[in-house]
Structures are given as structure tokens and as C-alpha cells.
Ligand binder design. Structure first.
Ligand code: FES
Length: 80
């Protein structure tokens, strides 16, 4: 098994989050539906991160999986 999390991208993806709606952010980097989980973590020992925003807003979701503030981009991708 490769080292996880895998760097799935080098820039964040904008998501138009809806208030009260839950989404599952990929933590392992294996999903091909980035930045969202597609279940690819199944045998990795990792799990997704479920997030429910309290208000509707645009959020920038990390794809490099190096952020210190998951699921949001914190600029860590710039050091890759
Ligand atoms: S995309 Fe991961 S910190 Fe920006």
C-alpha cells in the first residue's frame, strides 16, 4: 500500500456548500471524485471527514491533503 494520504492535487477546489447539507471530504487522496470521498479508502485504514456547513457559502477544499485545517485549504499546497 502506498503512503497515505496521497497528494491528489496541488490546488484547492471551490465548493458551493449548502447550509445543513453534509458532504464527505476525502482524507486519503485515493478518490477520483476529488475533493470528495468515493469510498476508495476502504482498505486503507483511513476514513472520510463528514462536514456540515451551518450556512450556505463558497468554501475552498484541500486536494493536496496536507492542510492543517481540514477540509479547507490553508495554503500548505504551496510548499509542495
Ligand atoms: S490544496 Fe491542500 S492546502 Fe491548499
Amino acid at each position: 500500500m502506498e503512503d497515505l494520504p496521497k497528494i491528489a492535487g496541488t490546488a484547492p477546489v471551490k465548493h458551493e456548500a449548502e447550509a445543513g447539507k453534509t458532504y464527505a471530504w476525502c482524507t486519503c487522496g485515493l478518490s477520483d471524485k476529488q475533493p470528495f470521498c468515493n469510498g476508495a479508502h476502504r482498505d486503507s485504514g483511513m476514513t472520510n471527514l463528514k462536514v456540515t456547513e451551518e450556512e450556505s457559502k463558497d468554501v475552498w477544499l484541500c486536494t493536496c491533503k496536507q492542510t492543517k485545517n481540514p477540509p479547507y485549504c490553508d495554503g500548505s499546497h504551496k510548499a509542495l
